[in-house]
Design a protein around this ligand. Structure first.
Ligand code: S3P
Length: 189
């Protein structure tokens, strides 16, 4: 399968920390020979420091503004090169971001339960929102707050807690083929 089979649309992965956006994104980009863009990594490179340092030195608000600036750039560029995009888990919190994401590409919510998220983030120390806190309580809170926002942004929700990566990738590819006009249809409205 090639990028043409996806309608040359960017594929955008959204969901909570640890849901598999980066792993799935890398695999999709390999399979489709599409470039891979990890928003967190782009921001870290732009600012020249890791996300926890950006949160500490500039604050979360500034980080959120950087996410919006990057999305504005990508949508103005019309997703040129049709990348697979992995987002940061909180990107859906701003209304402007949600609107841009839906315009920019085919948005897939990797919906994963809190137990699985806890297991997958157990060894990570690059997520400021999960440092020095009760991870379960934090992830439960974020899941409750954000689920409606992921739902409002996604063209496809995948309940992927118990899916292996190949199943996730296959499900995304078949959904793309079933919905050849999303989000192009929305562009024309
Ligand atoms: C965040 C998720 C992180 C990163 C930042 C904030 C969030 O990305 O953007 O730490 O608010 O959920 P991942 O979802 O890739 O871990």
């Amino acid at each position: 399968m090639t990028a043409a089979a996806t309608g040359c649309r960017p594929i955008i992965l959204i969901g909570l920390m640890g849901c598999g956006k980066t792993t799935v994104g890398r695999e999709l980009s390999k399979m489709l020979a599409m470039p891979f863009l990890d928003m967190d990594a782009v921001i870290e490179e732009q600012i020249g420091k890791p996300i926890p340092a950006i949160f500490k030195d500039e604050g979360e608000r500034h980080f959120r503004a950087l996410e919006t600036a990057l999305l504005r750039y990508l949508v103005n560029d019309e997703g040129r090169g049709a990348p697979v995009i992995s987002t940061g888990g909180g990107v859906i919190m701003r209304e402007e971001n949600r609107a841009i994401l839906r315009k920019l590409g085919f948005c897939v919510w990797l919906d994963v339960d809190v137990d699985t998220l806890i297991a997958r983030t157990a060894r990570s120390n690059n997520r400021p929102l999960l440092l020095n806190t009760n991870r379960r309580a934090m992830l439960e809170k974020l899941s409750q707050q954000r689920a409606p926002l992921y739902a409002a942004t996604a063209h496809l929700r995948l309940d992927s807690s118990r899916m292996d990566i190949n199943t996730v990738v296959r499900s995304i590819l078949s959904a793309l083929q079933e919905h050849p006009n999303v989000p192009h249809e929305e562009f024309q409205q």
